[in-house]
Write a protein that binds this ligand. Sequence first.
Ligand code: GDP
Ligand code: MN
Length: 396
Amino acid sequence: MNIHEYQAKELFKEFGIPVPSGVLVESVDEARRVVAESPLFKGETKPAVWAVKAQIHAGGRGKAGGVKLARKPEEVPDLVGQILGKTLVTHQTGPEGKKVLKVWIEEGSNIVREFYLGVVIDRTTRRMTLIASTEGGMEIEEVAQSHPEKIFHYPVDPLEGYSPYIGRRISQFLGLPFTAQSQMVNIVRDLVDFFQKRDASMVEINPLVLTKEDRLVALDAKVGFDDNAVGRHPEIRSLRDLTEENELEIEASKYNLNYVKLDGNIACMVNGAGLAMATMDVIALAGGSPANFLDVGGGASKETVEQAFRIILGDPHVKGIFVNIFGGIVRCERIAGGIIAAAQDVKISVPLVVRLQGTNAKEGREMLKSSGLAIQVAEELFEGAEKIVLAVKGGK
Ligand code: GDP
Ligand code: MN
């Protein structure tokens, strides 16, 4: 589960990680009110610059015009107006882009240097790994390609946990001035603490900046949480923003279907995540391209199958469906019955290939064949994949 920058900054603040103070607005009127009333625009200590930032679940906003600086308070509502409602297209949004519904206004910083600081789970070492780089503000994947020597990795030993020397090593690698080193030690400590206590799966501060005043500040904040752990953090779960998620994926989660939309045109419906992965591979091997990942789970009923068909067909790119079920706990004739019943209720206007194997597979296949529905039946996995690819390519 991902959250917005402003939400991540609020969580950072709770853990003592320095962030600029700011206010969230959802309209130009609200921005005007904030400029007139908020302490962010008042008093002797008010900033000289304000940053106006689009809130979407994607990076690369700066280059796409989603981050603007105001030199005077009266410029702020105009900038909010320019960003709100706009569809930002960045390398992380896909070509359709993301519409901006919220804007974060914050105290601007006098940037001297920009760094990268992040934490991820490295599946190879099975450890939480700190990543730091002198090339802040740039995409870390690009830096990893062109200048791997500018990236520092540190896998944190789970038994040892965080120790101040890790923060000092990072400070040295980044060449921080003496005054900023102790700040870095605290930031790294607090970031590790946050990552562990809140079950994050990824945290990225890009950039972490050194200001003219010699302060380190998290200017951007990107946080992802482990979906399997969100259940024990109601305060994190409440930060979920459904407008940022794929509608079909939201719909699928209501029925406990594990659905991930992909770019291809052959939809698949499979029981079991491993079999679903293998099915996608085999579709690709047969020359097709999967439209989704879908695991209907162990006890697929008529209702589940029907919902799964509805979700799959909600994607306008789908030109064919491949159902691949292994009858282990669930018996194939029950699945076949579910498919027949569902196919009568949901209008399936694209070719459908069903492969059944396992308990009572033969009975299941017979039921499909004699149903009078336009269903192609397969016994083997590759045979099924070939049939659906052929049907889609031949337009049958
Ligand atoms: P992203 O493009 O989505 O990663 O958005 P960021 O929050 O990282 O902002 C992009 C860039 O805008 C940063 O790398 C900074 O260079 C710049 N920026 C953001 N906030 C400020 C600010 O307060 N002052 C100045 N001078 N630049 C800023
Ligand atoms: Mn950034």
